[in-house]
Design a protein around this ligand. Sequence first.
Ligand code: ADP
Ligand code: MG
Length: 259
Amino acid sequence: MAAPDNTAPLVALKNIRKAFGGVVAVDDVSVNLHPGEVVALLGHNGAGKSTLMKMLAGAYPIDSGDVMIRGEKVHIKTPSDAQAQGIETIYQTLALADNLDSVANLFLGREIVTPWRTLDDHRMDAEARKVFARLNKNFTNIRVPVRRLSGGQRQVVAISRALYFNARILIMDEPCAALGPEETRMVGELVKHLKAEGVGIFLISHDMPDVFGLSDRLAVMKNGRMVGTYNTAEVTEDEVLGMIILGKRPDGKAQAERH
Ligand SMILES: Nc1ncnc2c1ncn2[C@@H]1O[C@H](COP(=O)(O)OP(=O)(O)O)[C@@H](O)[C@H]1O
Ligand SMILES: [Mg+2]
């Protein structure tokens, strides 16, 4: 195997395309992500943001285009392929198995087993308590079905999957959509914490204060195409809205696609 290229982006999506029947959901889209960077993905409903991220996460096959991780071309065909690359996803729906408890959800599909190949419930319970406590010390009712938990507690479980399995690349698809203000603040803190640890984060959000408070760069999609990618500090909210609504790039500003 070739040595990893330390100057290459953590993720480079190149000319990615995906159609569902006649609908081109993602059309020739390229975007990069660097270690410790938050790139906000913006655009109206149906712009193609989730589809783009689901291809990176191995949930949908790519029709054409390349995914490079640290400069190497990878073939992500399943969610396990993505996880093997350190890619974790937190979906807006907080996709959890409602009838299972928090511990089972944390380890779903990646259970710890004993040397005798039986489930190591004791160890999973202990590990789960540790990781949940990192996010919320008051979250102790971890053995009830997650359907009985609050939005914030469910978010802790979803985020714990990323933390526990050492995500290097995190996809957050509207992580605050189901949350109250206090829980949203917590997610913001977590983003900053992971960023400081060098995790690269794609953040899909409609919330302008979140986008401007958390992202280093922002990339706007419209009708499956990339409108433009800019340093967040170099564009105004009005310019961003112009890109989202009209697909219009701001006048006289350089794009910021880091290669
Ligand atoms: N599983 C699917 N089957 C058919 N069409 C889909 C599917 N997922 C998304 N689409 C279509 O692809 C386009 C992009 O959707 P999506 O990626 O969900 O946009 P966004 O996340 O930006 O709101 C939309 O036209 C949507 O209807
Ligand atoms: Mg979406």
